[in-house]
Design a protein around this ligand. Structure first.
Ligand SMILES: [Zn+2]
Length: 299
């Protein structure tokens, strides 16, 4: 049975998975992400070797929480690990491994995983959205990942309300991400008068039906709906699959779905679904890049 390795490189942890071609996890290993370039690269190689053992694998896929050029394997920009900017992961890993190597942004890997493994290719056209510290996205069109020249599919940085003056982490004003990430929700909650230190505390108030917490979530939902309207009208996908920490707030997605009815859409029955694979999704998607590439070559 064909096997591949998927590595999810996040700001605090690295997850290594050994997967079969159907996306079943055969081995897993989690390591803390070192905070400098040299120890990071060493941990990356050691982790892959460790999970590989004596297995014969088809390839290695790596996803990264930031801008990584999938065509070159060069990290362009990392919001959490500035010391890694400009590093060519591809040429470094090539020194240690003969297998084929693939690279992708974590949200693209997430979308691929939910398409191929989570929803077992039930929908051919999906948009994956992750709502967390940032708003990530991946586009699957007719069963294949869309990424432009290698850095594409950043729907989180489509501008949905320039007049808001809300500055995004990317430097632009009024991005989808700036209105719908964890920080936006937190700021809304404070604005509504809640004295909280983190979004975890917001869950506490939501459970007690606190009106301030409910209003904060609903306000963010309105912006989420605007993003969904743009996505539906541009891509006409079968489904928008939503993951990330914020997607666990049922009220957020439910309200966004209701809000959609206020807009003119190319289609009114686009499914808004919750992601199925949880935290493992990006690493699963990274490994699936290996198998998907084979399909792409046959296309
Ligand atoms: Zn932005």
């Amino acid at each position: 049975m064909a096997k591949a390795i998927g590595v999810d490189v996040g700001g605090t942890k690295m997850l290594f998975l050994l997967l079969d071609h159907q996306g079943k996890i055969l081995e897993r290993k989690k390591l803390a992400t070192p905070t400098d370039k040299k120890p990071f690269l060493k941990t990356l190689v050691d982790g892959i070797n460790d999970i590989k053992g004596n297995e014969k694998i088809e390839g290695i896929g790596l996803d990264f929480a930031g801008f990584i050029d999938s065509s070159t394997g060069i990290i362009q920009f990392s919001p959490n690990m500035p010391w890694i900017n400009g590093v060519n992961i591809n040429s470094y890993l090539k020194k240690s491994f003969n297998e084929e190597l693939f690279f992708e942004n974590d949200a693209n890997a997430f979308a691929l995983a939910e398409y191929a493994v989570g929803y077992k290719r039930k929908y051919k056209n999906i948009i994956g959205i992750t709502l967390g510290t940032g708003v990530g996205s991946g586009i699957i069109c007719n069963g294949f990942l869309v990424k432009g020249q290698g850095l594409g599919a950043e729907l989180g940085h489509m501008i949905i309300d320039h007049s808001s003056g809300k500055i995004c982490g990317c430097g632009n004003i009024g991005c989808f991400e700036a209105h719908c990430n964890g920080k936006a929700l937190f700021e809304k909650a404070m604005e509504k008068g809640l004295k909280i230190k983190s979004n975890e505390e917001l869950h506490y108030y939501l459970k007690r039906d606190d009106i301030r917490a409910i209003e904060a979530v609903k306000d963010v939902s309105k912006h989420l709906a605007v993003g969904f309207v743009n996505i539906i009208n541009i891509f006409d996908p079968d489904a928008i699959i939503v993951g990330g920490g914020l997607s666990e707030i049922g009220l957020l997605l439910d309200t966004a779905k209701k809000e959609l009815s206020k807009y003119k859409l190319v289609r009114n029955d686009t499914k808004i679904l919750r992601a199925k694979l949880g935290e493992d999704a990006p690493a699963i998607g990274a490994a699936m890049l290996v198998f998907e590439n084979r399909r792409e070559q046959k296309k």
